[in-house]
Design a protein around this ligand. Structure first.
Ligand code: UT7
Length: 334
């Protein structure tokens, strides 16, 4: 079986910046509370409902990943998207992204795994290369969570944001690439974080009106504890499987939900925060998009070098959690 290499990264954020101070005018909150309890300062909101659809944000991120890898859209044979906020109930966001990219002949489908959607999609993508002989696989994490938020609920609306990130995976006999993935779920806890129905076109985001039954609901406090436990366990699982020590990992790229969760995981793993990539102050929690956005920033910013072991860890609704350990080989920055 070929090795699976990551050869390009990309991301796309909506233009509108919603700061903590802006939120003070919407709900009973304060910049101080949000910063102290979450680390978030601002987030991006897709306000342009025609141009900043889930499909378009995802396609823009994908185009950047393709440009970095030097691959044309028509060479893509598989598109796998982690999302809980596709533009329509169906078809999938992946099919709509396929149209945006003008790809005539590919398999395209979504993976619903809450904030772990990108890691679950990444495992499916790696297997499609190893087992099914796929040659150019786009893995995208994209969300427009703002469209399913209750803008009267300070417990949730201050936390989340919109955005998209993408990577390209390709087979190559050379050493390195995606070494392992580990996925876990606990359906018994589904009601800690859920939304009844709705998609990112309905309602439009501009509607910051009264609560509707389909809006996202979350028990943050209980999720927090599960997040710390699950993220540290899945990180240890990845290290054990690869016979590595945490000191062999150059960079951990965690799901960006809360700086206090990331600090607690760093403490449990006994490593410094300098080896965690954190950008949640700018974007908040973008669910499935948070890890690929972070990866793209880390790659373009030179935080990851070829030869580095990079550990991705995610946790989210389902409950779901997962990891991917990648021996980095991509040396392109743009
Ligand atoms: O993406 C994957 C899944 N999501 C997560 O993993 C999220 C995990 N959870 C969290 O990040 C945190 O639990 C939150 C950020 C959601 C909440 O932080 P917390 O420290 O757990 O706060 P809390 O829910 O225990 O609330 C503490 C207080 C409450 O007031 P009382 O009851 O102590 O008077 C809340 O009503 O803070 C109040 N509060 C707020 N105050 C100002 C809650 N939200 C806000 C707010 N502004 N936005």
């Amino acid at each position: 079986m070929p090795n699976v290499h990551l050869t390009g990264t990309g991301c796309c954020l909506p233009e509108h910046v919603l700061t903590n101070h802006d939120l003070e005018a919407i709900v009973d909150t304060s910049d101080e509370w949000i910063r102290r309890r979450t680390g978030i300062c601002e987030r991006r909101i897709a306000r342009n409902i025609d141009d900043e659809t889930t499909a378009r944000l995802g396609a823009r991120a994908a185009r950047k990943a393709l440009a970095m890898a030097g691959v044309e859209p028509e060479d893509i044979d598989t598109i796998i998207v982690g999302t809980v906020t596709a533009d329509r109930q169906f078809p999938s966001a992946a099919c709509m992204i396929q149209k945006e990219l003008g790809i005539a002949d590919a398999a395209a489908y979504d993976v619903s795994a809450g904030c772990s959607g990108f890691i679950f999609a990444l495992e499916a993508a790696a297997n499609s290369i190893r087992v099914n002989g796929a040659a150019n696989v786009l893995v995208i994490g994209v969300e427009r969570l703002s469209s399913i938020l209750n803008w009267n609920d300070r417990n949730t609306c201050v936390l989340l944001g919109d955005g998209a990130g993408a990577i390209l995976l390709q087979p190559d006999p050379g050493p390195g690439g995606v070494l392992t993935t580990h996925l876990r779920s606990d359906g018994a806890q589904w009601d800690l974080l859920y939304a009844e129905y709705g998609n990112s076109s309905n309602p439009p985001i501009a509607d910051m009106g009264p609560a509707k039954p389909f809006f996202l609901k979350m028990e943050g406090n209980r999720l927090f504890k599960h997040a710390v436990t699950c993220l540290s366990r899945i990180a240890r699982m990845a290290l054990e499987k690869n016979g590595l020590d945490i000191d062999d990992v150059a960079l951990v790229v965690p799901h960006q939900a809360n700086i206090r969760i990331i600090r607690a995981v760093a403490e449990k793993l006994n490593i410094g925060m300098d080896r965690f990539f954190v950008n949640l102050s700018k974007y908040g929690n973008t669910s499935s998009a948070s890890i690929p956005i972070a990866l793209d920033e880390a790659q373009r910013g030179g935080r990851i070098q070829p030869g580095d072991n990079v550990l991705l860890i995610s946790f989210g609704a389902g409950l779901t959690w997962g990891s991917a350990l990648i021996k980095w080989t991509c040396d392109r920055r743009e």
